[in-house]
Design a protein around this ligand. Sequence first.
Ligand code: PRP
Length: 226
Amino acid sequence: MPDQPLTIALSKGRILEQTLPLLEHAGIAAAEDMLKTRKLMVDGRPADGTPVRFLIIRAADVCTYVEQGAADMGIAGRDSLLESRPHVYEPLDLKIGCCRLCVCGPKELVEAGTPPRGSRIRVATKYDRLATEYFMGQGVQAEIIHLYGSMELAPLVGMAERIVDLVETGGTLRANGLVEEATLFDISSRLIVNPASFATRKTLIQPILDQLRQAVDDRARLKEMP
Ligand code: PRP
């Protein structure tokens, strides 16, 4: 029986725009435009060496698909990996989707100083675990208000004193009168691999891994050129 194609889970949204040129550079591409299609599963380009197919899903779900073995490998943000701690291998930093996970708040609140030890604040975030751990380390009791996006709105409507969210250009913060208070982690996208797939499908996975590593190195070298 011919091998099942290698299944690669990709995050949709703005990260996909950075993922596709990297995949293309590595000689791995889809048979159709993944930015335009409404399909959630897309075949790889038949001319490429390893038979692949892509799943196009929400960033936070990539870890789940790979951990469950529904995808052999995937591209996930370090933020999702730190928050959900899936049992997967993380062999490669793809150096795309670079941003930082920060505590932010309204300018006047942040300028008044960090919340004192023993205080209680409301924190809007989708990173419940990371936010709880951070504030616990600060001796601050954080009441987590879980949101799925547009966290910057929560302080504006008086629902939270702080947010824990990704900051890339800082444009969304500025547009909403918020400032950064602390950086928790530097974030980039990582290649992740299901451990059982890696053991049983290594001959398919290793070439993809090598091609991607080469593409990441090539792009870094191009950036360094004057
Ligand atoms: C992300 C993040 C911030 C914004 C930061 O949201 O959650 O809101 O980007 O980017 P910036 O610093 O360049 O402004 P995204 O646009 O992905 O949508 P979401 O709020 O639905 O997660």
